[in-house]
Each structure stands twice: as structure tokens, then as C-alpha cells.
Write a protein that binds this ligand. Structure first.
Ligand SMILES: [Zn+2]
Ligand SMILES: [Zn+2]
Length: 265
């Protein structure tokens, strides 16, 4: 990490400063110095002024109308609201509709240690899984599987659109082979994070697939990722991967090229 990053973390490594940021987040409009101090509830004006000064510039902006959060301040408070740094939520295991790809066993979903997973109770196979912030399961405990499905789809879309889900930096996509077949890999050019999954996941949002489902009176968005049996129907074809989408016995073939662009075969 650079010295700048260390300075930025040092600037918020104080409970009073975090309270200032939270009050500015909660306020609808910029706050005058005295209003902000009353809300944060600090008697000592000098102490308050010192800590506010440490936030000014990077996290907080002073305008003619008063103090307000800058983008960096908003991101920081939003990260606190996501619960990643503060909560220790766990949900499940809860039963999930459908059966295991591999052995036909029953499925369950669970959320713990900031990981959302759908697993087979018989063979132990992890059908889907990934890091999910606690806020994402908040209020969705009764439908944990839908929450995990929705979060993963959002991440796939973000990667495919070229944004790193971790830092928003640009991603580069390529194909890789492993025991489960061709894998789509997205690497962030900025933070180095990598996201991988079976190459067929890139077909989920393709207009031809959405239309193919629609023509069969179905919605690909309403199916859970682990219920899509055609996810397994992907094979290497030279530099590319060939995905066969099957609905009610009809087939649609797509090609995922080596830079992860998808087209109808
Ligand atoms: Zn299984
Ligand atoms: Zn990144």
C-alpha cells in the first residue's frame, strides 16, 4: 500500500471521526459547523474542530452551505453499512429447491464468514459460492438462495461489463481450462482481484438466450443459476468455448471467444 493509502486509513482510525462521517451521511443537506457538532455530541469545540480538520479535503468538503461528504466519505460510510467490517451474520443452512448437478442429491444454502454458498448435502459439492457482504442477506434470510443467486448474477454482469466488483477498475477476460471444463476468468488490471466461473455463465444475459427462454414462455432470470442444467454443457472449441443452452428439449448454441465475447454459433 502507498503512503497516501496509509494516510487515508489513519485519517478515519478514530471513533469520533467515524461519527462525524455517519452524521453527514444521515443529513439530507450540508451541515453548519455548530449543527454538525451538536449532532456528533462533542462539547469540546477545539477537539471537534481538530478531528473535522483531519477529514477535510479527502472525506469531507466545506462549501458555502456547510459541511458535506465527498465521494470518498460516502464510499467509506457505505462500506460500514454493508456490514463487512462490523457484522458477524450467519444464516442457514436452509433447504434449496432443485438437485445436485453431479449426484442428484438435495441442496442447501448457507451464509457464514461473509461467504454465501449453495452445496449438495450428499456429495458435498459446492454449486455456487462467493464473498457476499452481510447487508446483502439482511431481510432476505427467508430466501437466502435468491439473495445468493442475485448477488452472483450482479457480479457476473459487472465483470462482463468491464468493472471489477472489488474496486471498479477495468477487468480483462480470458478462457482457462480446469477439471470442470472451460472457465471464464476476469482479472482486474488495477487491484489484481480475479473472478472465475464456468464459461457458460456468460450466456445468462445474452439477448439470444433471454429471447430463447421467452419464446418458451419462461424467464432465464427467474431460474436459479444452479438449476440451469445446460451450464454443464460447455466444451472447448479451438480458442473458444461452445455452450449449448437447452430449454424444453430445444437447443441454442453460443460461442464464447478467448476474450469472453459471446455470440450465437
Ligand atoms: Zn451432489
Ligand atoms: Zn479491482
Amino acid at each position: 500500500m502507498t503512503a497516501d493509502a496509509e494516510d487515508a486509513f489513519a485519517a478515519v482510525a478514530d471513533e469520533l471521526r467515524v461519527r462525524i462521517l455517519r452524521e453527514l451521511w444521515d443529513a439530507d443537506d450540508p451541515l453548519a459547523f455548530s449543527d454538525l457538532r451538536t449532532r456528533v455530541d462533542v462539547r469540546d469545540s477545539g477537539r471537534f474542530n481538530y478531528h473535522l480538520g483531519e477529514l477535510r479535503g479527502r472525506f469531507v468538503e466545506q462549501t458555502d452551505d456547510g459541511y458535506e461528504l465527498r465521494f470518498a466519505g460516502q464510499k467509506l460510510v457505505a462500506a460500514l453499512h454493508s456490514g463487512v467490517y462490523t457484522e458477524d451474520a450467519s444464516v442457514g443452512p436452509v433447504p434449496v429447491d432443485g438437485t445436485c448437478f453431479d449426484c442428484g442429491g438435495t441442496l442447501e444454502a448457507r451464509y457464514e464468514d461473509e461467504l454465501g454458498r449453495v452445496e449438495c448435502t450428499d456429495c458435498g459439492m459446492n454449486l455456487v459460492g462467493g464473498g457476499v457482504p452481510p447487508a446483502f442477506v439482511d431481510g432476505r434470510e427467508d430466501d437466502l438462495a435468491a439473495a445468493i443467486d442475485g448477488y452472483l448474477r450482479t457480479q457476473i454482469r459487472q465483470c462482463a461489463d468491464g468493472f471489477c466488483p472489488q474496486c471498479s477498475g477495468p477487468t480483462t477476460g480470458f478462457l482457462e481450462e480446469n477439471d470442470y471444463g472451460p472457465q471464464a476468468v476476469f482479472e482486474c488490471e488495477r487491484c489484481g482481484a480475479a473472478f472465475r466461473g464456468i464459461a457458460s455463465m456468460l450466456a445468462l444475459d445474452h439477448p439470444a438466450v433471454v429471447a430463447f427462454y421467452h419464446d418458451h414462455g419462461r424467464s432465464v432470470r427467474n431460474a436459479r443459476i444452479w438449476e440451469l442444467r445446460w451450464f454443464d454443457d460447455v466444451e472447448r472449441d479451438g480458442d473458444a468455448a461452445r455452450v449449448t443452452v437447452t430449454v424444453d428439449g430445444d437447443e441454442l448454441e453460443l460461442v464464447v471467444d478467448d476474450s469472453l465475447a459471446v455470440s450465437v454459433a
